[in-house]
Design a protein around this ligand. Structure first.
Ligand code: F6R
Length: 264
């Protein structure tokens, strides 16, 4: 894992957005794995700005979101489809027909999960997958105890996740307790994975992900198995790590190497 520790959330978003910029400029028809939640919003704003300035184009890109609430139509303001339209797709030159979010309104959710996997495979697999992380170490809606090789499937949310996300629903509004989520195995199949985490309330989860054992109790720890996983965090989210100075040293050396390679 590459651990990148930056000063604040704005730097984390900019660093993450640069990875997507490089990817899109290297391969216009990139297959991007996207996430919802609070953390990626600033990264999406960076991408919207880069698109507006002509630095990147989504014209030929294809996207697959990690997850969706089961039981919500894509027009529901709390659905992840609605979130993606609002936070990114409506503001960039992407073809909406090339954007995929698991269907929360699927009549047969089990078949819909298999279909989602088939669509990812047919697109050639995900080039870069963006992730946030839950306080309990979840990625997508893969809660603790999720199988480390799991595929897209229906998952029950933990009480902690339901409580964390209750802020988005009004008191009298139905809040789903089920989701469709890419599995951990699906995520690990992405060619590159970029996990963003900011704020002290993510510090325990980051510590377990980076320095804890590989365990289904912290689903994000599965990224230890990935060949190209980048963990981009701010100082607050890094605050419980034991080896902060070491990670900063490695990253500084990495930057020097990249500069050298670019000069060749
Ligand atoms: C969202 C998702 C979740 C979030 C996680 C963190 O698509 O898959 O795993 O990334 O719950 O959410 P925030 O960023 O709101 O703290």
């Amino acid at each position: 894992m590459q651990i990148v520790i930056l000063k604040n959330a704005a730097e984390v978003a900019a660093y993450g957005a640069d990875i997507f910029e490089k990817q899109l400029n290297r391969k216009a028809e990139s297959v991007l794995g996207l996430a919802t939640g609070s953390t990626p919003v600033a990264l999406y704003q960076n991408l919207i700005e880069k698109n507006r300035c002509g630095d990147i184009s989504f014209k030929d890109a294809v996207t697959f979101n990690l997850d969706e609430y089961l039981g919500l139509e894509g027009t529901h303001p709390q659905s992840y489809r609605f979130f993606m339209n609002e936070q990114l797709f409506n503001h960039v030159d992407i073809n909406k027909d090339h954007t995929h979010v698991p269907p929360g309104n699927a009549k047969n959710p089990v078949e819909a999960c298999q279909e989602y996997e088939a669509q990812i495979a047919a697109a050639g697999g995900i080039d870069v997958q963006l992730l946030g992380i839950g306080r309990n170490g979840h990625i997508g809606f893969n809660e603790p105890s999720s199988g480390l090789t799991s595929r897209t499937r229906v998952k029950t949310l933990t009480k902690e996740t339901i409580d964390d996300n209750a802020r988005f629903f009004s008191a009298d509004e139905y809040q789903p307790h089920l989701s469709i989520t890419m599995g951990i195995g699906t995520i690990l199949d992405a060619k590159k994975v970029v996990l963003l985490a900011t704020g002290e309330n993510k510090a325990e989860a980051v510590k377990a992900t980076v320095e804890g054992p590989l365990t289904a109790s912290c689903p994000a720890s599965a990224l230890q198995l990935h060949r190209d996983a980048v963990i981009v965090i701010d100082e607050a989210a890094a605050s419980k790590l034991d080896n902060i100075e070491f990670y900063k040293h490695i990253e500084a050396e990495n930057q020097k190497l990249q500069a050298h390679l670019a000069s060749l």
